[in-house]
Design a protein around this ligand. Structure first.
Ligand code: UDP
Ligand code: LCN
Length: 820
């Protein structure tokens, strides 16, 4: 917006315009830079830069003038600055995905534009000077190996990679000579377990194929549209066509026409329609390794949350879509989806010690469990996702054998979930030459401040060196990356995205990633999940309500006594309830919400607070974070005398009952509050909204995108408890005088869900991606191979060594079974 102050001219770089900007306020800027460098080497975050500026330029008027100018613009887009006196190096992010680095000399304000590498070196000087100045420190540069992939150009196109790839693909296919043959080759390669599909060797060149298509199209045009394929199957075979074109003459004709048109001149729309019909996807493998992966009694256990819910719903949606597609293709193939996870012998009453389990509400999908092995035998107990790295290579090998056996062949698509699943999916996809997709759910790097430069401080507890290396490997090996939101890739105007944080970063002493991934890579796609709408439906749908749970829920919320399942009680049953439910992780900030509530008298007088999460006895937990959260909750209850207004319920595992719980909270005219310090997506947010419960959710991460603030719910700032608790109190105050306000927000929340967050939309998108990126990888074989070799080296020389450093639990925890 050019009216709102000085914006960089298009062609200007920060390095070009900064000297002028500094000159205009030279006096103040010299003071300011003197402040920056006065305390020696350090890393300054945006907030600190602004605070230093405030102190250096005390006069408010002067300061505002400065901030309104070009300098203000540059400083406000600065994410951080590395101070290495006399230099201050700035990392400036004018727009999502766009970074510029400049180095300023504090005493004379000289400005020099620098590359990412040099910026990272400045940063390293703060933490490990020797390593920073070592000419042969390890640099990882995926940009150098991957220079042929076309890139998006606009911030606004990020996350829409499928669309872009289809465009590039259609122009590549139009380059007659070789690429049309690529399509022909691709069609010739289509088969299901050795049985040819679409065309056979008779049509082994373009002229033959195009001629045969004309003949066949004329032939099917003369038939009634609903004539089944079997009626003309024989004749088609003589011409060189096999099954897969459609179930009826009408459908076959459409598909043939699409192919003829694409062969004549491909355009992205036609190409996408054609590819959405091709019989190229029957078997899918989904890796989700850590935590307890099961269908009952697992949610809320450590490391076991939304990812499990997401995958089970995803499988159902994908299977339904596959069944429908296969039927329309005129095939009778059974699609198989296999979720592969870890088998845990000490399964804590769950089914996680069973090898094979059919997935409920699917026809052909299963969970396959494969144990972790060490030199001493099978590992019996749960291990934290942060400690999982030493077992993954063997797991990948064992799982591959079992999968090939179960599917009686290779899968058509392998989808990884989270760091561990993504790494294993990379190993398997590379080995078998299968299309690979990855899903992060959350990348840990952005959750913990400076987890890269300060890896030394974190590594003992979190093993981030293994994790970030594995993440780099998977992002680069994937053919496409599925994300839930835009912010996951490229953040927002003032905050970098989770993937964006892997563009250039450094772990001093270990490696400098000068180019990790580009958010402009067309492999990135947004496909947001939904919530199962047969479970999470609005509280207003009276006939559907699961009233059988009401007595139990009444007890859960309002009984007076403490027991294994709940502590604390609610004195005034007439008050609305504000409700939250999450794993008891630190980042989920449930204890933060309790503290906000405890401290806000107005809110306490308006509503009760109910929380579901974890359990009450810290001695029973093996999870470090959970233990400290449990203790904090108990001390808050005591300190602020919360009994009578607050109920703490232990983790709940039955999603049907949980859905009715959301609806019962809606009956009290309450609200859902999701206070996380950071939330990658936030399934509870869409579950609550699906139930018609007005929702307040963190502005840090996915929920900021799910909810339109003030319309379909509200954003709250987890770093500003007072503001957040007052925002909630304001809402309930308004509702007291205007009860319609509550209904308006509730309805708008539902509308938002139905427009953007359903599984049907999701499944269609993913299958189209599998199809398009499947041919794309074939067309880019050489590039792909070069990258695979680079990745292999990184895996072998770096990852393996890091993983070896992660401790394996002691003797007692092993199955004495001999090694296989
Ligand atoms: N959940 C549950 N019981 C609990 C805590 C959570 O059933 O005690 C469910 C919740 O309904 C949601 C999922 O676990 O389906 C949590 O997903 P979300 O995306 O909110 O967070 P995550 O745990 O994946 O970080
Ligand atoms: C993991 C998370 O942390 C959540 O934010 C997501 O909603 C969940 O996975 C499902 O993707």
């Amino acid at each position: 917006d050019s009216s709102s102050g000085p914006v960089l001219k298009r062609a200007d770089t920060i390095a070009d315009s900064m000297p002028d900007a500094l000159r205009q306020s030279r006096f103040h800027m010299k003071k300011c830079f003197a402040r920056f460098v006065a305390r020696g080497k350090r890393l300054l975050k945006h907030q600190q830069i602004m605070e230093d500026l405030e102190k250096a330029v005390e006069d408010r008027g002067e300061r505002n003038k400065l901030l309104e100018g070009l300098l203000g613009y540059i400083l406000s887009s600065t994410q951080e600055a590395a101070v290495v006196p006399p230099y201050v190096a700035f990392a400036v992010r004018p727009n999502p995905g766009f970074w510029e680095f400049v180095k300023v000399t504090a005493d004379d304000l000289q400005v020099e534009g620098i590359e990412a590498t040099d910026y990272l070196k400045c940063k390293e000087m703060i933490f490990d000077e020797n390593w920073a100045s070592d000419e042969n420190s390890l640099e990882i540069d995926f940009g150098a190996i991957d220079f042929t992939t076309p890139r998006l150009a606009l911030s606004s196109s990020i996350g829409n990679g499928l669309n872009f790839t289809t465009k590039i693909l259609s122009s590549r296919l139009n380059e007659r000579s070789q690429s049309s043959n690529a399509l022909l080759d691709y069609l010739l390669s289509l088969n299901h377990q050795g049985e040819n599909l679409m065309i056979n060797d008779k049509l082994n060149n373009l002229t033959k194929l195009q001629t045969a298509l004309k003949v066949a199209e004329t032939y099917v045009s003369a038939l009634r549209k609903d004539t089944p394929y079997q009626r003309f199957e024989e004749r088609f075979r003589e011409w060189g066509f096999d099954k897969g074109w459609g179930n009826t003459a009408g459908r076959v004709k459409e598909t043939m026409r699409m192919l003829s048109e694409v062969l004549e001149a491909a355009d992205p729309l036609k190409l996408e329609s054609l590819f959405s019909r091709l019989p190229n996807m029957f078997n899918i493998v989904i890796f989700s390794i850590h935590g307890y992966f099961g269908q009952a009694d697992v949610l809320g256990l450590p490391d076991t949350g939304g990812q499990v819910v997401y995958i089970l719903d995803q499988v159902r949606a994908l299977e339904e879509e596959l069944l429908q597609k296969i039927k329309l293709q005129g095939l009778s193939v059974k699609p198989q989806i296999l979720v592969v996870t870890r088998l845990i012998p000490d399964a804590k009453g769950t089914k996680c010690n069973q090898e094979l389990e059919p997935i409920i509400n699917t026809k052909h999908s299963h969970i396959l469990r494969v144990p972790f092995w060490t030199e001493k035998g099978i590992l019996r107990q749960w291990v934290s996702r942060f400690d999982i790295y030493p077992y993954l290579e063997r797991f990948a090998q064992d799982a591959t054998i079992k999968i090939l056996d179960h599917l009686e062949g290779k899968p058509d698509l392998i989808i990884g979930n989270y760091t561990d699943g993504n790494l294993v999916s990379s190993l398997m996809a590379n080995k078998l030459g299968v299309t690979q997709a990855t899903i992060a759910h959350a990348l840990e790097k952005t959750k913990y401040e400076d987890s890269d430069v300060k890896w030394n401080e974190f590594d003992e507890k979190y093993h981030f060196t293994s994790q970030f290396t594995a993440d780099m490997i998977s992002m680069n090996s994937a053919d496409f990356i599925i994300t839930s939101t835009y912010q996951e890739i490229a953040g927002s105007t003032n905050k970098p995205g989770q993937y964006e944080a892997h563009t250039a970063f450094t772990m001093p002493g270990l490696c400098r990633v000068v180019f990790g991934i580009s958010v402009f890579d067309p492999k990135f796609n947004i496909a947001a999940p939904g919530a199962d709408q047969s479970v999470y439906f609005p509280f207003t749908e009276k006939q559907q309500r699961l009233i059988e749970f009401h007595p139990a829920i009444e007890e859960l919320l309002y009984s007076k006594d403490d027991n294994e399942e709940h502590i604390g009680y609610l004195e005034d049953k007439k008050k609305p309830i504000i409700f939250s439910m999450a794993r008891l992780d630190k980042v989920k900030n449930l204890s933060g919400l309790v503290e906000w509530y405890a401290k806000n008298k107005r809110l306490r007088s308006l509503v009760n607070l109910v929380i579901v999460g974890g359990f009450f006895n810290p001695g029973k937990s093996k999870d470090r974070e959970e233990i400290s959260e449990i203790k904090k909750m108990h001390s808050l209850i005591e300190e602020y005398k919360l009994k009578g207004q607050f109920r703490w319920i232990a983790a709940q595992t039955d999603r049907y009952r949980n859905s009715e719980l959301y609806r019962c909270i809606a009956d009290t005219k309450g609200a859902f509050v999701q206070p996380a310090m950071y939330e990658a997506f936030g399934l509870t947010v869409i579950e609550a909204m699906n139930c018609g419960l007005p929702t307040f959710a963190t502005n840090q991460g996915g929920p900021a995108e799910i909810i339109v603030d003030g319309v379909s719910g509200f954003h709250i700032d987890p770093y500003n408890g007072d503001e957040s608790s007052n925002k909630i109190a304001d809402f309930f105050e308004i509702c007291k005088t205007d009860p319609e306000h509550w209904n308006t927000i509730s309805k708008a929340g539902l509308q938002r869900i139905n427009e953007c967050y359903t599984w049907k939309i999701y499944a269609k998108k993913i299958l189209n991606m599998g199809s398009i990126y499947g041919i794309w990888r074939r067309l880019n074989k050489e590039q792909k191979l070069a990258k695979e070799r680079y990745i292999h080296m990184l895996y072998n020389l770096q990852f393996r060594n890091l993983a070896r450093k992660v401790p394996i639990p002691g003797e007692a925890s092993f199955d004495p079974a001999p090694m296989a």
